[in-house]
Design a protein around this ligand. Sequence first.
Ligand SMILES: [Zn+2]
Length: 730
Amino acid sequence: MRTYLALGGALLLLLAAFWFKGALLTLPDVRGAPAAGTFDTGRALARLGRILPDQRPHPVDSAAGDAVRERILAEMRAVGLDPHVTDDFACNSMRRGRAVSCARVRNIVATIGPRGGHHLLAVAHYDSSPVGPGAGDDGIGVATLLEVAAQLRGQRLARPLTFLINEGEEAGLIGARAFNDRHPVAGNTAALVNLEARGVTGPAIMFETSRPNRSAIAAFAADRPVANSLTTDFYRMIPNSTDVAVFEERDWTILNFAVIGNETRYHSAGDTLEALDPRSVQHMGDQALATIRGLVTEPPETRAGEVHYTDVAGRMLIVVPAMLSFALLAILSLFWAWTGWKRRRGLGLAVAAIVAGLVDAAVIGWAAQFAIGLLRDGAWWRGYPEITGFAVAVSALAGCAGPMLLLRERRIETVRAAFWLVLIMLAIILTLVAPGGAILFILPPLVAALGVGTRWERPAALVAAALLFLLFAPLLELLETLLGHGSAWMFAPLAAAILWPWLIELKPLVVRARTGPVVGGIGAALAAVWLWAALAPAYSEDRRQRFSIEYAVDADSGQARWAVANDGAPLPAAFPGAWTRDPVPWSSAPRWTATAPSLPVGVPSLELLSQREAPGGRLVTVRIAGAGFDSVALRMPPGAVLRSVRAGAFTRPFGEGGNTDPWYLRCVGRSCDGATFEILVGGRTPIEVTLIGAASALPEAARPLLAARPRLARPQYSADSTIVTRRFRL
Ligand SMILES: [Zn+2]
């Protein structure tokens, strides 16, 4: 009985550590009475409250955007800045995606410090997505920069500091493009700090640097750093981007910070001042102020070279040259291979069992999520993701349980060697894809190695297990936050890798336990926790369902329909109409649709002004008549060949994408009405163009639908809109 109590207690403690792992990323408390020269979150938030008094969406080139810009200018003057506003009709294309996006952007620029020298740029954007007030995205960046300006104005700076609060980030990094290509300061800049948000809570992560990164890391100043060199590699693999995607064309020292907690409020009506965690503002503010202050008062670090770095539970930053990190990994792999060789009796089975634990963890987690998915529709994990995250951790324990029992008869020294061998193998594989991750895999196996063959082997193994937890549990938390819980089972192997060294040290207890009670106990816990996840409400007050309502008109046929963009869950029974799931021409995501009454709407049009032969194909000049829409897009079929777009002073090639992706030329804002574009088309075959006009407003007839929208639902990523499509040939 004592054995089972001790074993059960130990396993419960381990699981409790997983439940509370988010606490490793605790934020600084907001200082009520900040000392002179430190970041004042109260003042920063008060300014943001004055900038967003009505908390309305203020997308690029809109009346609401004009009002926000005027209020920012007033706040800048109030802290003693002398801002100017640039004005460009500009276009940009992203590295990924076959699109060019254009808008009239008015960037706010203000410089302090000496006249001479290379500038430090401090960047945020003031436009919001069309869906929400953008208190987080990117109100947090604007508020932080204004407070940094208030702190540094009037101080002796070693080089000029230019604040760029740009417009059009949400429409495709257009303000950043305009500044990069047209503003004289861009030609005389040495370093850049960018502040962003993809949520409203959690730490401000320094998630991306220029490469090589030594100068950026030398400039990174934080008491409570949350940063590691894996994230820059990782970030390049996911589709999100920030203004840094434009500026990385330059040879600048770049640091990119973002708050990413609670993505359910990002680009939604829930991105409000009330939801923005003041501690996140404090964390971003402390780091931005210290980093920017360092960059403008000290001579800049110019050493080249690549480093690997990681924070340890948000308390300290370890930095080592990349070469040293690789060398240590190589030495550790040799050491553990040698130790494994010395302990080779039964090593093969132990390695197989460790790997089986990682695989089983994923299989169990996947099976549970799949089973719940058969019973529940939509994003059932969204409201209480911590339960699903915890269930994945219990799945990891369950996945390791069988292999753990199998290893009862093996020597613990052999099993330890097997674990570190497996971990280092995984590190080497990861390093091939994301080299910056190497540093995460050095300290724990190094500490474990120091004890090998001495009487300190067990204490060293326990310290190594604790270090592994401190390094990887926050990473697991951030991965869950970033990628969400829809496929949370993918994180189970990581949870299992964190658990394994503890389970190995529990071997003396496991040896004394019988299989039945261990399997029964863990099985019961597994069933209970997944039942909890399965029964938890899908949505909460804080974390609502994604739910946008659209009124769409096909101007060629005159047919109209209602559409709902949500997470795929069936519509509420009270929702009027007969709804089916269908593809739509204005988005790649399917919608629920139902027939709608034909109502009078404006219809955007496309006028072919001229067409002539040009190097690379034909140059087609078109003019858009926007009919009052907030945005107009030309969607062209995947088979067409499109090369570039010229508008105003900007010529941009289309971004790259898959051969089956449609092409888009988008224009956002009031100035699209009457705007002309020169499109370089490859080949002579006429192109079928679908012109898509979208406005963030619904006709009166949508009232019953709006009233029937579930209480715990709100628009996200796309606004409630009226969309009119019309076909043309170019
Ligand atoms: Zn943003």
